[in-house]
Design a protein around this ligand. Structure first.
Ligand code: MN
Ligand code: MN
Length: 458
């Protein structure tokens, strides 16, 4: 991959080298990490290589201690105890490592003898425009837990010789009546999102196709049909992430929401040395479906972790201490924002929309309409962050998500606000968010890295 010449006068040579290092690393990350499971594995491998230890196994923490917490293999936290301990509150960056995708249903496999096909029933995960996910190559990722108690990690469709899977759309020649009158978002409906799992023509006996495909599943992966019910299996785009634009100024790939933020955050976290104050980075699952569940940010994982930290620093931790520490801590909710779409500017307030290449976006509030369901950052915390960014010469911009009455969205910010923590959203802008191939600017990746580093070191 050629080094990218940005032409930005704001960027000096060493920054440009860092920008290229981050871009390269991020492309590799996207190609090896497409699910929350894979993100946790990827992070833990690097944490352990850098002397971070599992907090459950550490007797004591002291200034300089490096630790992590693995929650169900899907959500991860890591931290470094600052030289000054925890007296000034914690400096927390929280992102999410799940991305929109197409999940398999608990009983996914069925055959359709009339069409000579074996198919997979699916259910989309997160806010997807379903029509974007048809007629493209999909890989099958996830974990299967067998009746015998084994865990099988699946990743089919990423190697050049692997098969891929496709959800077929109807050809345009005969689609006028069936689809032509539908609204765009209903072009393909949930129950029409069936992926072709196999096809062996010439057989007519019932179950013949299905049994043939299931035999392959058994022979190759040692998985029985009923094991698919105790599985987390996802169809994700099999495309490789790559540079985009003739000037290679962008990275195209699946899962920028929110791997762009989580990668920038992790990279910055691994680059800090001996912070003054205690730093935590959190990588959550389930954000795309509302952050519920044991591995989502609505769980009390943070409270558990902070209790552990105080306990292992001081020998005990009472609830008042935990809540007091949380209340004086600061959080960046590190999630992507929408970059203004050049062909659909009407959906944005062009004065307040983030621009591709404009640097990390500070989003004071999300929500929709009259700020409903938003966790709005207090103005003084916006000022605090702005001052840090100015001090460290971070390239940043302010943004809002679309026109006032155009829709909206939310992030994990509200789950920190619940503890009275100062929290604000800040992450790179993304074009084509929630699509199978999103775009992010290299400059914004670098700027986000720089911003997270500045916040942790402040
Ligand atoms: Mn997100
Ligand atoms: Mn999202």
């Amino acid at each position: 991959m050629a080094d990218h010449k940005t032409g930005w006068s704001l960027i000096d040579n060493s920054s440009e080298a860092k920008l290229n290092e981050i871009s390269r690393g991020y492309i590799n990350f996207l190609n090896s990490v497409k699910t929350e499971f894979e993100a946790v594995d990827y992070f833990i491998e690097r944490l352990e290589r850098n002397e971070f230890s599992n907090i459950e196994n550490s007797e004591k923490l002291r200034p300089g201690s490096k630790f992590y917490l693995n929650h169900m293999g899907r959500t991860l936290a890591a931290g470094i105890i600052g030289k000054k301990g925890i007296d000034n509150g914690l400096f927390v960056i929280a992102s999410h490592i799940d991305s929109p995708r197409i999940d398999l249903k608990p009983k996914p496999v069925y055959e359709d003898v009339e069409t000579n096909t074996v198919l997979l029933k699916t259910q989309y995960y997160g806010g997807v425009k379903k029509y974007q996910w048809v007629n493209r190559s999909l890989a099958l990722h996830g974990r299967v837990y067998t009746k015998g108690g084994r865990e099988i990690k699946l990743r089919i469709g990423e190697e050049p010789d692997d098969p891929v899977f496709v959800i077929p759309d109807l050809l345009p020649h005969i689609a006028d009546k069936v689809q032509g009158e539908r609204k765009l978002f209903e072009g393909i409906k949930g129950e029409e999102m069936n992926a072709i799992f196999g096809s062996i023509p010439g057989q007519t006996r019932k179950d013949q196709f299905k049994n043939n495909v299931l035999k392959i599943l058994k022979d190759r992966y040692d998985i029985e049909e009923e094991d698919l019910a105790s599985a987390d299996l996802y169809l994700v785009p099999s495309d490789k992430a790559r540079e985009s634009g003739l000037d290679a100024s962008m990275i195209g790939g699946y899962g920028h929401d929110d791997k762009a933020s989580s990668y920038a955050c992790f990279h910055a976290f691994m680059d800090i040395e001996k912070p003054d104050d205690t730093v935590l980075v959190l990588f959550y699952d389930k954000e795309e479906i509302g952050s519920m569940g044991a591995t989502g940010s609505q769980s009390n994982l943070l409270e558990y972790l902070v209790t552990q930290v105080i306990h292992k620093l001081k020998g005990n931790a009472d609830h008042l201490e935990v809540l007091s520490l949380l209340r004086k801590s600061k959080v960046i909710s590190s999630d992507v924002d929408a970059a203004m779409d050049p062909s659909f500017k009407d959906a944005h307030d062009t004065y307040n929309a983030a621009k591709l290449g404009g640097g990390i976006v500070i989003t004071k509030y999300t929500g929709s309409g009259g700020k409903f369901m938003s966790s709005e950052a207090p103005a003084e915390f916006v000022a605090y962050l702005r001052n840090i960014f100015e001090k460290h010469k971070v390239k940043y911009q302010f943004g809002t998500l679309g026109k006032v009455d155009e829709g909206g969205g939310g992030t994990v910010a509200q789950d920190f606000a619940r503890y009275g923590m100062s929290v604000i959203d800040a992450g790179p802008p993304v074009l084509g968010m929630h699509s199978p191939f999103e775009l992010v600017s290299k400059v914004d990746m670098w700027s986000s890295y720089h911003a997270y580093l500045a916040f942790m070191m402040h």
